[in-house]
Design a protein around this ligand. Structure first.
Ligand code: FPP
Length: 246
């Protein structure tokens, strides 16, 4: 990890504008303490609260968190139920905290497969926070990038078949408008916790030019300081987007 101090009030203009995080290591955090995995997920939910608040204080305009993937359904049923319970609890209990942080919540992912009450809670939370403007907080639930890309492709193919558009007219902008992240800037910085160095089907299209920062800290221990250090690392990088740079 970089050791250089970050200015107390980082200049948001220097970016990143959008930070995405793969929250990993809840299970290992619990195992190291002889606790059930759900205890790690609970502490992970506390870390979500800390990081949402910290990101707002650091002036990050968009924060996207990977909470439950389309592949996470393969986990043992009791763990899936625990995670769904935590997400349900978060959507119901965090509205006041989100409001205090000026956070607009959006849940990214397939609604199919989620319990009806969670789908209702998502709509309620998104509606209640819709006019907040300080930070956009996106939580990916039942999200998988390959699935997202396939669905976008299918929808464009249907529009071509219906004669609404021609295949030649499909470009990056029209493709992006079919993704679940339509309207959001691409992540500038992608952080993964717990020492793993994989993308794991997260925002595959959107992270084409994201700077990747892998940190050893397990997600339940992650906080504003770790976020600041990742931003320091991000600002040291030279982004070239396939060009030759300065
Ligand atoms: C990865 O750790 C974490 C998850 C699959 C779930 C993330 C969920 C939370 C942080 C809590 C609930 C979220 C919200 C938004 C309230 P892992 O279980 O794969 O850990 P391991 O690799 O150490 O086993």
């Amino acid at each position: 990890m970089p050791t250089a101090p970050l200015p107390a009030n980082p200049d948001a203009g220097a970016g990143p504008q959008h930070v995405a995080i793969i929250m990993d290591g809840n299970g290992r955090w619990a195992k190291a303490r002889g606790l059930p995995r759900v205890a790690g997920h609970r502490r992970g939910a506390d870390a979500v609260r800390r990081v949402v608040r910290g990101a707002g204080e650091l002036g990050i305009p968009v924060l996207t968190l990977f909470a439950f993937s389309t592949e996470n359904w393969t986990r043992p049923a009791d763990e899936v139920a625990d995670l769904m319970g935590l997400l349900r609890h978060y959507l119901r209990s965090e509205l006041d905290e989100l409001r205090k942080n000026g956070a607009r919540l959006r849940v990214i992912g397939k609604r199919e497969g989620l319990a009806a009450d969670i789908v209702r809670d998502i709509a309620e939370a998104e509606g209640t926070t819709a006019s907040n403007t300080r930070i956009d907080v996106n939580i990916c639930i039942n999200y998988g990038a390959r699935d997202e890309i396939l669905r976008a492709t299918r929808r464009l193919a249907q529009r071509v078949a219906a004669g609404e558009i021609t295949s030649d007219s499909i470009d990056q902008a029209s493709f992006e408008s079919e993704l679940l992240t339509a309207g959001l800037p691409d992540p500038d910085l992608l952080i993964r916790t717990s020492g793993e160095q994989r993308i794991s089907n997260f925002l595959l299209w959107q992270c084409a030019y994201s700077e990747l920062v892998f940190v050893d800290t397990l997600w339940p221990d992650f906080g504003k300081d770790h976020l600041e250090h990742a931003i320091v690392e991000f600002r040291r990088r030279e982004r070239r987007y396939g060009g030759i740079g300065k």
